[in-house]
Design a protein around this ligand. Structure first.
Ligand code: G7M
Length: 316
């Protein structure tokens, strides 16, 4: 794993890199297979529980989309074809291109916590109708107790990691943010562009915390996020959707910016809230997101599901 050269010099509590992340990993030597957590046929991703140096790891291996620039190279004598069917003018083949044209994307989470193992396992989901009161009584304490670490967010904000990937920054402590590629984007195909704007301020956990006092922040992100995507990638506002997730996976306010062509993960009706809608809703009613019943799905093995069940928010 590559680490920023000055990473180890950073001393502040919220800008550290764990020692495990300082090691370069260039193969799976030493990784032990534990079990397949999930095999997602749609995204062609395998989620694997592994052990490395006596600690848990989660590995996401994803078959990636073709690159327009290298497709031509596939049609060469180096590409081996093994016939699997032939009928009249139709035939199918297992295809084995050169390894440089056949890479997969791997995401490694190491050391992984039990929450990561839960997050990436196959599970049943249930629909929750979370009122403002449910949020205060149930969700908020869950967020505080069970939150995944925001360390990676603070590393970005402190320029400890991913500094070379920043697309745009407004450093203002109240209305500023950093716009950078989401870890899910390979940064090659701009029609699959997927960025996120991470706000500098640290007091906002999610959409639920927003009110009219945050309109300058939201409008600033909407305006500068879109204009910097136009300048850097030549993509117009009409091709971009900007949205929050509710619930998000990390409780530090961030907004997703995705190309309209991207079949974005988490763009379902029970997860995505468009930035423009959020701005308008707050303009009409400052406490809109404090009071609104928000509908989303929770996993059966998530402690939030049990908490909601006990609180009577889930109809079985
Ligand atoms: O669901 P939620 O709105 O919380 O989305 C969080 C997003 O953060 C996901 O789309 C992740 O792919 C992205 N993400 C997670 N991590 C740990 C990182 C990271 O270390 N760097 C970047 N650039 N994105 C990340």
């Amino acid at each position: 794993m590559a680490v920023e050269p000055n990473a180890k010099k950073m001393k502040t509590e919220d800008s550290k890199i764990s020692p495990e992340h300082c090691a370069e990993i260039s193969s799976f030597a030493g990784f032990e297979f534990c079990r397949l957590l999930k095999n997602d046929m749609r995204s062609k991703t395998a989620f694997i529980h592994s052990r490395f140096k006596e600690k848990d790891a989660v590995i996401l291996m994803e078959k990636t989309a073709f690159e327009t620039t290298t497709v031509q190279e596939l049609l060469s004598g180096e590409t081996e074809l093994v016939e699997t069917l032939k009928n009249d003018i139709y035939s199918t083949y297992k295809t084995f291109p050169d390894k440089t044209l056949n890479g997969m994307k791997t995401t490694l989470i190491y050391p992984a916590t039990s929450q990561h193992l839960v997050k990436y396992s196959e599970q049943d989901f249930y629909v929750v109708h979370e009122s403002g009161e449910d949020y205060n009584k149930v969700t908020l304490s869950y967020m505080k107790k069970k939150a995944l670490s925001n360390q990676w967010v603070y590393n970005i904000l402190n320029k400890v990691t991913e500094a070379d990937r920043i697309v745009f920054e407004d450093p203002d402590p109240d209305s500023g943010f950093i716009l950078l590629p989401d870890m899910k984007w390979d940064r090659k195909d701009t029609s699959a562009l997927y960025l996120q704007a991470v706000v500098h301020r640290r007091d906002l956990l999610s959409l639920r915390d927003l009110h009219q006092g945050h309109l300058p922040l939201l409008k600033n992100i909407a305006k500068k996020g879109i204009s910097s995507i136009g300048e850097k990638f030549g993509i117009p506002a009409s091709k971009i959707r900007a949205y929050f997730h509710y619930l998000p996976s990390y409780y530090h306010l961030h907004i997703h910016f995705a190309h309209i062509k991207l079949d974005s993960p988490g763009f379902e009706a029970d997860r995505a809230h468009l930035l423009t809608d959020v701005i308008e809703n707050i303009e009409m009613k400052s406490l809109y997101y404090k009071e609104k019943t928000l509908v989303y799905k929770v996993r059966e093995d998530d402690p939030l599901y049990t908490a909601f069940l006990e609180h009577g928010c889930i109809k079985k």
